[in-house]
Design a protein. Structure first.
Length: 277
């Protein structure tokens, strides 16, 4: 069975179990496919983040040093919501009966889970593991969205109806469909020598009420600024690489303008003018 066929089977089984209705209760403040959000762990006051660690992309909960944890603005904590449909080109509103994928905005990778063989002791993990020998899982990024391991379900912390749309700022528990486990935090440091900033996040068989995330909606202006910053960073990287090849980096700053092509000087000037606005 292909990944696409397996995904369709999961969709059919979940929809039969929940007996979805045709009518949808929605508003302009509901979660739609394509919305950009941050997932804020309410108990730990940390954001679900994807970033490079030892030249490898990893998913973790990241603490913030800000006075108000919810005011953090890291672009590595931005996720694009995808509502799973049998037709992958179809959009739509996210209902409580829907299935979701989370695409990391900066890298294009998808949130998924795999077996975690880390033997580091953690109280929360031992509590939620279930019977002895039951495997636990860790959240990981994967490159493709069609993998069945990238599908999640939202479990509300309040009484709702399946046909209702998921509103912004909802508090939800995340269930990983493929493994039938629940996302939970840990006190396991990503790096034992780390400064209490990055912590491993996993999945276990037992649902815990305190393992809830707030869906924090991100404004289009912030997403636009991130897109520009990414483009600017790529431009800077390419420019510096060119300068290094022609030896500009070894020349005094006042003399560099005589070595650069005119169009590159103009592009760099325009970039700084935009950044200064």
């Amino acid at each position: 069975m292909s990944c696409h066929e397996a995904t369709n089977e999961v969709l059919k089984s979940v929809r039969k179990r929940k007996q979805r209705k045709v009518s949808v209760v929605e508003s302009e403040f509901s979660v739609f496919k394509g919305d950009i959000v941050r997932l804020f762990h309410a108990e730990q006051e940390k954001f679900l983040t994807c970033d490079n660690y030892r030249k490898k992309s990893v998913v973790f909960l990241r603490a913030t040093g800000r006075a108000s944890a919810t005011s953090a603005t890291s672009s590595n904590a931005l996720w694009e919501i995808e509502v799973v449909q049998q037709d992958p080109c179809r959009g739509g509103i996210g209902q409580w009966s829907s299935l979701f994928r989370y695409k990391h905005l900066a890298t294009g990778q998808y949130l998924a889970a795999e077996v975690d063989n880390d033997q580091t002791f953690d109280v929360t993990r031992q509590k939620l593991r279930g019977p002895p020998g039951t495997p636990v899982f860790a959240l990981v990024p994967i490159p493709h969205g069609y993998d069945i391991s990238s599908i999640f379900e939202l479990d509300p912390t309040t009484i709702t109806r399946n046909e209702e749309a998921v509103p912004w700022s909802s508090y939800v528990r995340l269930q990983h469909i493929c493994t039938n486990t629940w996302v939970h935090s840990t006190n396991i440091k990503l790096d034992p020598d780390d400064d209490n900033v990055r912590f491993k996040i996993g999945c276990a068989s037992t649902k815990e009420d305190r393992e809830a995330f707030q869906i924090v909606h991100v404004s289009p202006d912030e997403v636009r600024d991130l897109d520009f910053a990414n483009d600017a960073a790529q431009h800077f990287d390419m420019t510096v690489s060119k300068w290094e090849k022609i030896g500009v980096m070894n020349v005094h700053a006042n003399d560099r303008k005589y070595l650069l092509p005119q169009h590159e000087k103009q592009q760099t000037i325009y970039l700084f003018i935009y950044l200064d606005k």
